[in-house]
Every structure is written in C-alpha cells, then in structure tokens.
Design a protein around this ligand. Structure first.
Ligand SMILES: Cc1ncc(COP(=O)(O)O)c(C=O)c1O
Length: 342
C-alpha cells in the first residue's frame, strides 16, 4: 500500500519542471561575486515581501539564527509566542549562538498569538545594569505548533507598534507567511509591515528541495551575508538551488488548494466523531487521547503523520491530490475509536 504522507509540507519532491530549471540554471560563485540566479531569486522575494533586500540561506533555521545574531547581544532577552519554532525547535541557538535569553509569551490573543499589551509588559522598562535587556520580539506567522494559525494584518501591526514603542527590534519567522497571506487573500508584503527582518521558506509547501530567504534593509542583509558565511552557509553555484526556488514561487497562487485539502480532511475526521478543529491554513492538529498509539495505528493503515504534544499533526501538500485526502479518510475511518478515544 502506498503510504499517504501527511507528516509535513516538507516531504514534497521537486517537480520535473523544477529539476529541469535546476539543471539549466545560470550560475556563478556566490561567495566570490553573486550567483545570478540566486540574485534574481533574492530580488524577487524582497519585492514580494516589500523589503529592501533579501539573502538566500539553505534553511529556515539558519535564516532565523542569522536574524537573531543580527539583533541580539549577550545579556539581551528576546520575546516570542509560546511554542515558537525559535524557542523549542532550533536547539536553543537563539540563546547559545545569538546570545539572547528567550522568554515565551502565552497565547492571550488566540492560538499562537500574544497581545500587544503582553509585549509592552514583557518588554518592561530598563532595570539595573545586572538585569537582562529586552531588545527583540520574534513573531511567527503562521504559527506552526498552534496549528498553522494566522495573525491577521491589523493584529500584526499592533504587535509591531507595541514592540517599536518599547524600542524592540522585530523579526518575523515567516516560514509559512505565504500561507497566512493566502488565507487572508493579501499579498505577503501586507504581513511584514514594520518588521526589521523576515524569514520565509521555499521548502515548506512550495516544493523546493531547500532554501529560505532572510529579508530586511540593505544594511541588515549585508551584515547577514557576513553572518551566513560565519555559519558556513555561503554556497558557491547556489543558483542550482535558487532556480528551484524561483519555480517554487509559481505555486503561491495555488496554496489555497492545500488549504481546501486540509479543510476537507478536518471535515471528514469530524464526520467520524474525531475532535478535529477547523484549520486556518495547511496544518491540522488533532488532539487525541494517546498520540503514539494513534500514530502507530495510522502508520499501519498507510497514513503518515507526526506528533505535536498531545496531538497528531497532518499537513496536506502539493504532492497530494484531493483524491489522496479522500483515500486517507477511507483508511482512517476504521481507526476512529483510537483517534477519538472511544
Ligand atoms: C515556523 C518554522 N520556522 C522555521 C522552521 C525551520 O525551517 P528549516 O527546517 O528549513 O530549517 C520551520 C520548520 O518546519 C518552521 O515550521
């Protein structure tokens, strides 16, 4: 039985068109000068995000780390929504490489979302010399572990305004900013207002085999290029990967198809009496009584998913058609008692 892989939107295969673009990419040495294809991709993404400049990096983690290294000094504190990727899923690099003490903000504004008042309160006012100095707010839109939840534009702006009033820099982890923009029917640039840096991924949902971009002012991106090199992330003929990224961007108008697949999956599960919430984007977090037992049953039935705390996470993606979602539902139906705990 062919497994239906719903573990992540990163399990996609590069399309034949993407592979052809990679094979024929115009390339140069990006460390010595600029690789022309990477430069084209960087320009296109900067424009999409409404930022001055962008820098290609191999992964979302490296993009976030470079941003944190640009914004933080030892003795600083940074704020991020609870369960943000930079807090728990990047091996603490924000602390031990960028030098910032992390502080999680509870989701008082909704799933994955702190309120501006929380930002103001957590930023506090400067204390004695021996206290941490809060200098950075790190947002995440969509918020992965809250279930792909969207921070709407007005709320984003209010959070940024609160941060700026407290003299904090703002970094946006926009690994799936594309999905937030698609859900709100807005251009991605509408969700970057006021941020100093933003990181977006091409390998999540869009089908590229690798690659993220860190965007910001020309000055910050110039410094970011130095930090990327420091971390060993300067690549040579990176246009081979850049070409895949350019093709991946063609998928942006089709992201809503993945949202529709995720909604269909949620509806189908609810039809079996399983407590699936209505997803906002392409991530569906289903709370189950025993995540490991549920995952084992799913795997045996040919449906692959991942655990997120006490929930099972399903992420439909471009390599799965709506028919695959229907087939996944057929395979899951007999397992409903395990997923609903009856
Ligand atoms: C919100 C978020 N930020 C950052 C990352 C890191 O991206 P990468 O796996 O490319 O390092 C991920 C990965 O899933 C993510 O979900």
């Amino acid at each position: 039985m062919r497994p239906i892989d719903l573990r992540s939107d990163t399990v996609t295969q590069p399309s034949p068109e993407m592979r052809a673009a990679m094979a024929s990419a115009e390339v140069g040495d990006d460390v010595l000068e600029r690789d022309p294809t990477l430069a084209r991709l960087e320009g296109r993404v900067a424009e999409l995000l409404g930022m001055e400049a962008a820098l290609w990096v191999p992964s979302g983690c490296m993009g976030n780390l470079i941003a944190l290294m640009l914004h933080l000094r030892r003795g600083d504190r940074f704020l991020a929504p609870a369960q943000a990727h930079v807090l728990g899923s990047e091996l603490g690099t924000g602390a031990w490489l960028a030098g910032g003490m992390p502080e999680a903000l509870a989701w008082e504004g909704g799933p994955g979302r702190p309120t501006p008042a929380q930002v103001t309160k957590a930023a506090g006012s400067p204390g004695p010399y021996y206290t941490l100095r809060t200098t950075l707010l790190c947002l995440e839109n969509t918020h992965n572990f809250a279930g792909g939840t969207v921070t709407p534009m007005a709320e984003h702006r209010a959070l940024v305004a609160a941060a700026k009033a407290a003299k904090l820099a703002v970094h946006l982890d926009g690994a799936r900013l594309w999905h937030a923009a698609a859900a709100l029917d807005l251009p991605p640039a509408a969700l970057t207002g006021g941020v100093d840096t933003v990181q977006v991924c091409l390998s999540k949902g869009l089908g590229a085999p690798m690659g993220s971009l860190l965007a910001g002012s020309k000055a910050l991106v110039g410094e970011g290029r130095r930090v990327r090199k420091m971390l060993g992330g300067g690549v040579r003929q990176g246009g081979v990967a850049g070409a895949a990224g350019l093709v991946a961007l063609d998928y942006l108008p089709r992201i809503t198809e993945d949202h529709a697949k995720t909604q269909r999956l949620a509806e189908g599960l609810r039809g079996f009496g399983i407590a699936a919430p209505m997803p906002e984007t392409n991530i569906l977090l289903v709370p189950v009584p025993d995540a490991m037992a549920a995952l084992a049953a799913l795997e045996a039935a040919g449906v692959r998913a991942l655990p997120v705390g006490p929930a099972v996470r399903f992420i439909p993606h471009r390599d799965l058609a709506m028919a695959d979602i229907e087939e996944a539902l057929r395979r899951i139906e007999p397992l409903a008692p395990v997923l609903r705990g009856a």
